[in-house]
Design a protein around this ligand. Structure first.
Ligand SMILES: NC(=O)c1ccc[n+]([C@@H]2O[C@H](COP(=O)([O-])OP(=O)(O)OC[C@H]3O[C@@H](n4cnc5c(N)ncnc54)[C@H](O)[C@@H]3O)[C@@H](O)[C@H]2O)c1
Length: 328
């Protein structure tokens, strides 16, 4: 009996695979390596291919007894999703449809799924609870919301139970120092800041300092990637013990501004990290902070690595050891 991890060679996927291996689960990974890296896998059986490829997925399900799925495979660049919505509907929405169809065919009844804070859009109140209105302001968030809704109807029709985990901002790297964050292009704040002390960029950009926050820069909620990973195992447990389908926010409940993040990185790296002010980007909410009370209550989850300096330090350790990221 195996857990299939789609997108398991990516950033959050590979950290979740590491936790599954530690928990002695049998792990099968499907990744087309469009963003993922072979080296990011600390275990599991890798199938290189695309979740939209029905013949390929048929082989994966035939060769393995897939008991549950954890579904990370998706595109997640907000800017690109606004330029090329079809690419996002095809991979994220149609890809999920193909996955649910093959799960239905093989009788796999559980799926844990990467959703996002982007499903909420501009929040009316913070911290954001799961009952808040979902009004995405970009195509990426809209496709993730569509994926959640598709799962609801596959549950109603075919009894495939799901947990959608709405992540806020993942950061940091695995305690082994062997795996970390390597996206191309990189759009996430922590690795972008760390590219300065690595000598890969001259400065970090701050997009707008006239938001209604204390220092005028945007505030986000950062969670250690291994704490995110842990939540997937707890969500799986919930479904295995007969839990109903549900949606959970995952965040630390604490917000840090862009300027505060740069200051933390300066302290951790000992580098002055010059910052340059640029205009606001369209569609960036001022403050995104999660209420994770529901996940704490129902999944018994709480972040264990909640010191921001330690999170940034774990990322810095990995980047220093792997200045060019993974080599394959
Ligand atoms: N990183 C974050 O802070 C964050 C926040 C919110 C939501 N998410 C969501 O979490 C998931 C994982 O994020 P990540 O940062 O690890 O991204 P990632 O790009 O590192 O991982 C996604 C993986 O899926 C693979 N993939 C993509 N399309 C595929 C397909 N059609 N078939 C097979 N493999 C495919 C990629 O090669 C990659 O390895 C994504 O779905 C993302 O939308 C991430």
């Amino acid at each position: 009996m195996a857990v299939l991890v789609t997108g398991g060679a990516g950033y959050i996927g590979s950290h979740t695979v590491a936790e599954l291996i530690d928990a002695k689960e049998e792990v099968v990974v499907v990744d087309n390596l469009s963003q993922g890296h072979r080296q990011a896998l600390l275990g599991g059986k890798l199938y290189v291919g695309d979740i939209r490829d029905a013949d390929f997925m048929e082989t994966v399900f035939k060769e393995n007894d897939i008991e549950s799925v954890i579904h990370f495979a998706a595109y997640s660049l907000v800017g690109e999703s606004m330029q090329n919505p079809a690419k996002y509907y095809d991979n994220n929405v149609y890809g999920t449809q193909r996955l649910l169809e093959i799960m239905k065919k093989y009788g796999t009844k559980r799926i844990v799924f990467s959703s996002t804070a982007a499903t909420y859009g501009e929040p009316q109140t913070v911290p954001i609870e799961e009952t808040a209105p979902t009004q995405p302001t970009n195509t990426y968030g809209e496709t993730k919301l569509s994926m959640e809704k598709m799962m609801k109807w596959f549950d109603a029709a075919h009894g495939i139970k799901y947990v959608a985990l709405r992540y806020f901002n993942a950061a940091g790297a695995h305690h082994s120092g062997r795996i970390g964050e390597d996206h191309s292009p990189e759009t996430h704040l922590v690795p972008l800041i760390l590219q300065v002390p690595l000598g890969k960029r001259e400065h970090v950009s701050i997009f707008g300092d006239d938001y209604p926050t204390e220092d005028g820069t945007c505030i986000r909620d950062y969670l250690h990637v291994s704490d995110l990973a842990d939540a997937h195992l707890l969500a799986l447990e919930r479904l295995r013990s007969g839990g109903e389908s549900s949606v959970y926010n995952l965040g630390s409940g604490k917000g840090f501004s862009v300027k505060e993040m740069i200051d933390v990185a300066r302290k951790v790296t000992g580098h002055p990290i010059p910052a340059v002010l640029e205009p606001r980007r369209a569609g960036d909410p001022a403050v995104l902070i999660a209420s994770s009370a529901k996940a704490k209550r129902e999944l018994n989850w709480s972040p264990r690595r909640d010191n921001l300096e330690e999170i940034v330090e774990s990322a810095w350790n990995w980047h220093r050891q792997h200045p060019d990221g993974f080599t394959e």
